[in-house]
Design a protein around this ligand. Structure first.
Ligand code: SF4
Length: 476
């Protein structure tokens, strides 16, 4: 029998994994004219960044560039950065040093995009003079113009404007995931959580017009995508800027109705804008996935107030009670920050009891660390590093026990799985259920990546389920 495997808690959902590096790779539809100028994009950060890079790649394809899969082969080298990581700027400058030699020898053009570009601004030119372009995400709509300036020999070209009500839309988006299409519906953030750099790096909240979103979803369905993931820093704050003025639920229902779309996900939701109508829409619409990622950050109302999260423990728990009361069995995941300045043992204990109460299927837990340009940077009562590590370990173990118990109850169940991975060494396939659970399974069939299959669960692990394909049980 092939060996099952399990993954870390942080991988259970891919909601906002802050520390993954991705290189955009050439796809079969990429332009492969060897005479064309080439580009390479290296991406750090969340799905929003990954999808931004897909759209930036689209801008370059439209200008006749061709993608390459090694920085050394590229004429235009772009580095899409993330400032959630600790010492983010320092790491960016280290990486830019790697690029320096390539730039000198081969006359490459180097650009820095994303949150660190916005945060450090023109300082990047001072510390890395071989960089020609610095552009934050709120200015991506100007990229064609900025790239033209760089192509004409421009040096120190910047896009650092945060004062915008426009979103970044492209004619072409070069998507790398063949099974799940990301689609940003809202950019920026109007909240001001005291630990977060996003309002400073991504600008104010701006939603994309519903018509334009639906046109893109129809195109994706025509291209064979069956699963759509709607993205936004606060995705459920969506407000249609067009005259029909749809809210988030209106949009969700319209996307779910598009022919060919079988699964619609969304991330990340803010508890303040999480309404009972969202739960009711999912409950009554099978194409809307029964998974909610709802970051709580702390179980203590006092700490939530210090974090400026705009809800209390009780208000969060009330929203969770709507999810627990739904007819469909929802999967829930959340984010927690431990060791926020001033967090007492009693505050931390409240976070643990909240995890017991909500019974989530995954927690992204982080130790607090201060970030530049955030109000919490100056807060007193910092928690020692060893204590933060202790709390994190305690929390992770508590959550692990919750997940073991929850997953054991799923043994014997049957799930529809969208197959997205083949582990050759283990002779196993893997995919996700509509509730975003990872299922590893064996089958005698071959070559069915991208298909929906029925899997009978035979064993469980803390972070995944293990099963066997139900022969003859293929979904349509
Ligand atoms: S809601 Fe808070 S944590 Fe989320 S992006 Fe906005 S400011 Fe940051």
């Amino acid at each position: 029998m092939s060996k099952p495997f399990d993954i870390e808690i942080a991988s259970l959902t891919d909601a906002l994994d802050p520390c993954c590096a991705t290189a955009l790779r050439p796809s079969s539809d990429a332009r492969n004219d060897p005479g064309a100028k080439s580009f390479y994009i290296e991406t750090f950060g969340c799905q929003m960044n990954v999808h931004d890079s897909e759209k930036v790649a689209g801008v370059l394809l439209a200008r006749g560039y061709r993608p390459v899969d090694a920085a050394a082969d590229a004429d235009f080298l772009l580095y899409n950065t993330c400032s959630i990581r600790e010492k983010a700027a320092q790491k960016v400058f280290q990486r830019l040093n790697d690029f320096k030699f390539a730039a000198k020898d081969n006359q490459k053009v180097i650009g820095v995009l994303g949150c660190v570009a916005q945060q450090e601004g023109e300082e990047i030119f001072e510390r890395a003079p071989w960089v020609s372009l610095v552009c934050g995400s709120a200015s991506y709509r100007n990229l064609p113009n900025l790239i033209e300036q760089v192509e004409s020999g421009g040096r120190r070209v910047t896009g650092l404007d945060l004062d915008t009500d426009e979103t970044f839309e492209t004619e072409i988006t070069r998507r790398d995931n063949p099974f799940r299409a990301y689609l940003t519906i809202i950019e920026g953030c109007d909240y001001s959580c005291s630990y977060c750099v996003v309002p400073h790096t991504r600008g104010p909240e701006r939603s994309r017009a519903s018509d334009s979103i639906l046109v893109e979803v129809r195109r994706l369905a025509d291209a064979g995508y069956t699963e759509i993931q709607l993205l936004g820093q606060t995705v459920n704050s969506y407000r249609d800027p067009s005259p029909r003025k749809w809210n988030f639920v209106d949009l969700l229902l319209a996307v779910a109705e598009i022919e060919g779309i079988r699964r619609v996900r969304f991330t990340t939701s803010h508890p303040n804008d999480f309404t009972r109508e969202i739960v009711e829409a999912i409950d009554s619409t099978p194409a809307l996935c029964d998974h909610i990622h709802l970051p709580v950050q702390s179980g203590s109302t006092r700490i939530l107030r210090e974090m400026r999260r705009t809800y209390t423990r009780e208000q969060y728990l009330e929203k969770i009670s709507w999810i627990h009361g739904a007819r469909r069995e929802f999967s829930l995941t959340t984010d927690v920050i431990v060791g926020f300045p001033g967090e007492t043992e009693a505050d931390f204990e409240e976070t643990l009891t909240l995890l017991d109460a909500i019974q989530s299927d995954g927690v992204f837990a982080f130790k607090y660390s201060p970030r530049p340009n955030t109000p919490s940077l100056a807060m007193p009562d910092a928690i020692p590093e060893e204590e933060k590590s202790r709390r994190l370990a305690v929390l992770q173990e508590r959550q692990r026990q919750i997940q073991i118990a929850r997953n054991e109850k799923l043994v014997g169940a049957r799930f529809e799985v969208l197959v997205d991975t083949h582990h050759t060494a283990r002779s196993q396939w893997a995919g996700r259920t509509t509730s975003n659970r990872i299922v590893n399974f064996s089958t005698s069939r071959e070559n069915f990546l991208g298909q929906y299959v029925q899997v009978h669960i035979t064993r469980s692990a803390p972070n995944s389920l293990i099963g066997e394909e139900v022969q003859g049980g293929e979904a349509e």
